[in-house]
Design a protein around this ligand. Structure first.
Ligand SMILES: CC(C)(COP(=O)(O)OP(=O)(O)OC[C@H]1O[C@@H](n2cnc3c(N)ncnc32)[C@H](O)[C@@H]1OP(=O)(O)O)[C@@H](O)C(=O)NCCC(=O)NCCS
Length: 174
């Protein structure tokens, strides 16, 4: 599958994407607030193997897609929509971009396309996202695409030797 936005193509990952994925997934500045990373090359290989396997599952619950910038065809990041409950028609989204492409509104453009896909194509009722409270850029992205802050989850994740809070955002089907 693929999704298009004015400036981006969200497409399936290919084996040849490894170096481009590792360029952001292995960057500690990029993964400062994520619950994974920075990746070793082995971690990136494992991620790509899983995401390709999960793309073939029927029914498909995980939509991990490469984000390519249309003008140059460059792979600039990845997004993901994971169906967390079929019976409650609920999913979670996430996104990450190479540092070079931050600050141009690309994450919101990609995430908004994922929301539309989730509600219109998958018939979901609720889509959630979480972010580190210090990750102001990500919280801004979620607010800009119309997701509402539903709560502050205290000590929600144990990462890198300590507990971390998470902000919970959600959008409901229109
Ligand atoms: C978070 C991330 C996806 C944002 O993507 P982006 O395409 O750069 O986002 P935008 O260009 O739409 O910027 C979002 C907003 O945050 C603001 N912003 C950007 N960097 C910021 C920073 N370091 N501090 C505060 N605000 C910042 C921007 O000004 C913009 O606000 P505005 O629209 O009111 O001007 C990107 O920084 C990233 O990939 N970070 C690493 C991975 C990550 O944290 N993913 C999210 C996990 S929840």
């Amino acid at each position: 599958m693929e999704l298009r936005t004015p400036r981006l193509l969200l497409r399936e990952f290919r084996t040849g994407d490894h170096a481009a994925v590792h360029a952001f997934a292995g960057d500690a500045e990029v993964t400062r607030y994520t619950d994974w990373g920075p990746n070793s090359t082995v971690d990136t290989t494992a991620f790509m193997t899983e995401v390709v396997q999960d793309a073939a599952a029927l029914p498909r619950h995980r939509f991990g897609l490469a984000v390519a910038e249309l003008e140059h065809g460059t792979l600039i990041g990845s997004v993901e929509l994971q169906v967390t409950s079929t019976s409650h028609r609920r999913a979670e989204i996430g996104y990450v971009l190479h540092r070079q492409w931050w600050g141009r509104g690309y994450a919101g453009e990609a995430a908004a396309a994922l929301l539309d896909f989730g509600f219109e194509e998958l018939g979901l009722h609720k889509i959630t996202a979480t972010c580190d409270p210090r990750n102001t850029a990500s919280a801004r992205v979620l607010a800009k695409i119309g997701m509402r802050r539903e709560g502050h989850l205290r000590d929600h994740l144990y990462l890198r030797g300590r507990w971390h809070d998470r902000l919970l955002y959600a959008a409901l089907s229109r």
